[in-house]
Design a protein. Structure first.
Length: 366
């Protein structure tokens, strides 16, 4: 009808390249420019992330981490999107992006220390890896990404920012503010939603009345893409397109990667209380790594030796994480003073001095 935007007319189809059985279905609107070595590296990164992630859960269950937020099932969404970035682009994650962190060369132990509480905020070098610190307050990182991208735009630096968030985050005011500002100013940012179907125990159907998350893009004057988030090739293709668009001055995009969080929300959560075995089994059958492995084997890109070398590398990473985490003590409290300001203000300097004096008096007493 004239003058009406009808939610019923919004497409709920997903962009897909690989069917769940690993056969190539392609999508005429998107091209894949990946060489065989790229395909192997994408496979490798997904396998390594899954193994490191498993170690996070194991360590929490053994009492070595306070809490952990597993990414099991979301490997394709994370690796496919990260692979499409240039090295100079910046990443603004939430608290589940271990695969993206590892892809950017961050030692997964650094992420685990955050969950052990040995370090506050994270101890990787955000500038070196162009990977900002984890954001636990939902959707706040979206604003950081938009602010950063606006600065990149003013400086004409040709840098794109991508920000990761969940389906629940799209109900936050910060989501609206970030998308609105991004759309108005056409900033070079990609809003990457991992729609993993639940915000802790809240299912998508209770989260939003929108026909899709991607449809929300319309309200901000940007394109919205709905992609099979367990299909690493489709995620890569869509991310590449939106990153290119942002870099060329075309403004932001919203990607909805449709996936499933197969583990608990965090290790403090019991998902059996709000979802069924059947639902989980249906998503296990759409496993992103198995699907891509089948495709790559059929293409003659992956052989058993390479698959084994990835598994061995994953096992070594898990051993290294364990060695770094088990029994690790707290970092010196003085770090709290050192890592806040580039130049310490006078008030803090006084507290620093006081802390040092009290500390040496305490040591004198012992
Ligand atoms: C501002 C804010 N409100 C509430 C919370 C508590 N909380 C932690 S995770 C979460 C659900 C987030 O779900 P979603 O955005 O879908 O991301 P997912 O965890 O599924 O990746 C909530 C409500 C929080 N961390 N921050």
């Amino acid at each position: 009808m004239r003058g009406v935007v009808d939610p019923a007319s919004i497409s709920t189809e997903m962009i897909q390249m690989l069917a769940p059985d690993g056969s190539f279905v392609g999508d005429g609107d998107f091209e894949i420019d990946l060489k065989e070595e790229d395909l192997r590296q994408i496979y490798r990164h997904m396998v390594l992330a899954r193994r490191a992630d498993q170690e996070g859960t194991n360590l929490q269950r053994q009492g070595e981490l306070g809490v952990y937020t597993p990414l099991l099932g979301q490997e394709a969404a994370q690796v496919g999107s990260a692979y499409a970035l240039s090295e100079r682009d910046w990443i603004f994650p939430s608290y589940r992006e271990l695969a993206v962190a590892m892809y950017r060369g961050i030692d997964p132990s650094s992420v685990m220390h955050l969950f052990r509480g040995t370090v506050h905020g994270g101890d990787w070098d955000a500038r070196e890896h162009r990977f900002a610190y984890y954001s636990v307050p939902i959707a706040t990182q979206m604003l950081h990404a938009v602010g950063f991208a606006r600065a990149a735009q003013i400086e004409k630096s040709n840098i794109v920012a991508i920000t990761y968030f969940g389906d629940g985050a799209t109900s936050e005011g910060d989501f609206h503010e970030a998308c609105n500002y991004g759309g108005v100013w056409k900033v070079p940012v990609v809003f990457f939603c991992q729609n993993n179907q639940y915000a802790i125990s809240v299912p998508l159907s209770k989260q939003t009345a929108a026909p899709t998350i991607s449809a929300k893009a319309l309200g901000y004057g940007m394109p919205g893409y709905r992609v099979d988030g367990n299909d690493v090739l489709a995620v890569y293709a869509v991310a590449r397109e939106t990153i290119r668009r942002a870099r060329e001055g075309g403004g932001p995009s919203l990607i909805e990667a449709v996936t499933f969080r197969r583990g608990p929300h965090s290790t403090a959560d019991d998902p059996t209380r709000y979802r069924t075995k059947e639902e989980l089994a249906a998503w296990e059958a759409k496993d992103p790594i198995a699907r891509f492995q089948t495709y790559c084997k059929n293409e003659g890109v992956l052989d058993d030796d390479f698959i084994k070398s990835c598994d061995d590398e994953g096992a070594q990473i898990a051993t290294n994480i364990r060695a770094s985490i088990v029994g690790a003590g707290p970092r010196p409290a003085i770090d709290l003073f050192n890592n806040v300001y580039e130049e310490m203000p006078e008030t803090l300097r006084r507290e620093y001095k006081q802390y040092e004096e009290e500390q040496s008096a305490r040591e004198g007493d012992e």
